[in-house]
Ligand binder design. Structure first.
Ligand code: 6GU
Length: 227
């Protein structure tokens, strides 16, 4: 999968993809991330990429031209399956959306700033708009990092143990059950007996019960509604 990220602050996105699972995915050639500075496509001599909004009002708007030039260049080089705009008024990201996007080949992610991007970019280029929750960030970069992390780990071959993404919280609309490792007892705090029993049917049953109990208590919204 190739991901081109369009941003005014590429330095914000260098470290999130340079560690752990995503770095391994890049090393294996499964994930190819390219950062592009929108300012490099500014055509005026001051390299401005934003301007006052028509009609008045506080806050600057990201201008249409530099972003259009950059996207046109990329689209001239290869086909894109999705051009995603990170914006607080997009659809709220969930595991289902991550699963869908992880199956794509080439995607562009545009990070918003200021009051957002000139609407004409949204009309003519953007295929999907995504928010990561009901709060406002100062820019779309950290949201883009969240999206890339969440989809990157789902690409086949990225995780060592392929089954581990399938047993993540949310993959079946359930939170994960509690987990334990050695020692079996610490300060009198014991690991549940059943996990030490070696009876895999019993263990599986216990995990299902715990997952359901935890989901009911913490995220009842995941039960019963969609799907
Ligand atoms: Cl995608 N961008 C910004 N600026 N704020 C957000 C967001 C995105 N998602 C939640 N808050």
């Amino acid at each position: 999968m190739r991901i081109d990220i369009l941003t005014l602050l590429p330095q914000l996105l260098e470290s999130p993809f340079s560690a752990s699972i995503l770095q391994r995915a890049k090393d294996k050639g499964i994930l190819d991330i390219h950062l592009h500075n929108i300012r490099d496509y500014a055509t005026n001599k001051h390299k401005n990429v934003d301007d006052y909004q028509y009609g008045g009002g506080a806050g600057m708007v990201m201008a249409v031209e530099p972003i259009a030039l950059l996207i046109d260049q990329l689209k001239g080089e290869r086909e894109y399956d999705e051009i995603i705009y990170m914006t607080p008024d997009g659809e709220v990201l969930d595991q289902n959306i991550c699963n869908q996007i992880s199956l794509k080949g080439n995607i562009i992610i545009l990070c918003g700033h200021y009051k957002g991007v000139d609407e004409r970019i949204r009309e003519h280029y953007i295929t999907r708009e995504i928010s990561i929750g009901s709060y406002v960030l100062s820019g779309g970069e950290l949201a883009a990092a969240v999206l890339v992390d969440a989809i990157g780990r789902l690409i086949p071959g990225v995780l060592n143990d392929e089954t581990s993404a399938l047993t993540d919280s949310f993959q079946d609309n359930l939170l994960s059950p509690p987990v334990y490792t050695r020692p079996p007892e610490f300060r009198g705090w014991k690991v549940p007996e059943v996990l030490l029993s070696g009876d895999f049917n019993k263990i599986e049953l216990w995990r299902e019960e715990q997952a359901l109990k935890r989901t009911k208590a913490r995220r009842p919204d995941l039960l019963g509604n969609d799907e």
